[in-house]
Design a protein around this ligand. Sequence first.
Ligand code: AMP
Length: 282
Amino acid sequence: MLIFKKAADIKDYLGKKNREKTGFVPTMGALHEGHLSLIEACRRDCDIVVVSIFVNPTQFNDPRDFEKYPVTTAKDVHLLTRAGVDLLFLPDVGEVYPEGLDNSYSYDLGGLDTRLEGRSRPGHFQGVSRVMHRLLGIIDPRHLYMGQKDYQQCMVVARLIDILQMRVTLHVCPTLRDMGGLALSSRNMRLTDEERLRARAIYAALRSICEEIHAGDTGDIIARAVGMIEDASMRVDYLTLADAKDLTEVRTWDGKQELVALAAAFMGEVRLIDNLVLSTRN
Ligand code: AMP
């Protein structure tokens, strides 16, 4: 695996390669099986697999969350080498943002950036868009692999690709979970074993919504699911049903509209998110 720290160097290297079979998996490191599943999907489709590790400061609305974000670079490099990754882009902040961190960009995300995660984390999706704009500009892949675990992020990136008319196909990959259903996440490293067990209530709550849903008012179903998470001593940030295509909230279901159930909850100060698309019962 070749490791590049400079944007100009990786750009130059990839410039001599056939772009059609270049795939890209952006990450913030602290890698787990979920990340590796995206790499596996990328490897199946592409001849050149590029991974980035960059903890992007512009997408953290909470500075403490940024400071405490786990960094395990040596272990990550080992995992990526074993996974058969061709190129790792490992830039520092100045390399990604040579113009500085002050944000003059504003992307028209069609309201996606102000709902759900966007409402709880102001500026988050503008930061995600800014880093993805930059990374996609450097790597210029034809295939991009991201996880459904970050459902809203996938929608934002799809919109970004569309408004910037980039020549890249987004592949949304299924969420990997532990045996009890907890979605794998780098932030899980900050939980104790006992907290990880309790955090399974998020998946259980989402499942209960999928199982109990019926046409009509969804308020009672949601309230019961909120209770399940609270009974596990977590604080619910949001738990909601939304239209799977635009993430507008759905309180009364017509029995046909494609829905996604989305949750964000705090275990202590660690914020966890998850979702299930109802049609696929995943
Ligand atoms: P992150 O390092 O958290 O920015 O995640 C990098 C990519 O991995 C994103 O596209 C995430 O959606 C994806 N990802 C994170 N957790 C999982 C998971 N449990 N299963 C599948 N993909 C995931």
